[in-house]
Design a protein around this ligand. Structure first.
Ligand code: 4NP
Length: 163
């Protein structure tokens, strides 16, 4: 994490990225936002999400993802957008949900200046290495996504903010 060291005294910013920005990354944003609020860090840490594709730009999070998240107390309010080059300079940490997302992010030359990681870098080794894409599967997949996000977000926040 050497290149990811935040600048002391400045607000931190974090971007979660998946393919469509309607399932995994908006859920990650919602789980992290709640954690930030619970820890009283809203002034210090900002979180956002984006997709590597343009498929769903402008759409709210997938209805099934919103329902699964709501059942655990998360309100997903984001609208899908696509990653853009300026994001690499804007965010302290950019977290990809799977290897395809990570490869796509690293294909931007601007990514060399930023700090890009895989979500599972913040999980114990018994977890899957990728957050599985729930879009074409059943309801259970959305809860498995939330399980992984809830396990990873405290470690991500600690890495980002040291709290
Ligand atoms: P996400 O899920 O990347 O977690 O938002 C997907 C959403 C839509 C599609 C694929 C994955 N799609 O092919 O439209």
């Amino acid at each position: 994490m050497e290149s990811c060291k935040p600048k002391l005294g400045q607000a931190r910013s974090l971007l979660f990225v998946c393919l469509g920005n309607i399932c995994r990354s908006p859920a990650a944003e919602g789980v992290m936002q709640k954690l930030i609020d619970q820890r009283g860090l809203a002034e210090r840490v900002r979180v956002d999400s984006a997709g590597t594709s343009s498929y769903h730009i402008g759409e709210p999070a997938d209805r099934r993802m919103r329902a699964a998240a709501a059942s655990r107390g998360y309100d997903l309010t984001s609208r899908a957008r696509m990653i853009h080059r300026a994001d690499f300079a804007k965010f302290d940490l950019i977290i990809a949900m799977d290897h395809a997302n990570l490869r796509e992010l690293l294909s931007y030359k601007e990514s060399q200046a930023g700090c890009v990681r895989l979500l599972s870098d913040f999980l114990e080794p018994h977890w899957l290495r990728e957050v599985p894409d729930p879009y074409f599967g059943g309801e259970q997949g959305f809860f498995e996504v939330l399980d992984m996000l809830e396990a990873a977000c405290p470690a991500i926040l600690t890495a980002l903010d040291g709290q």
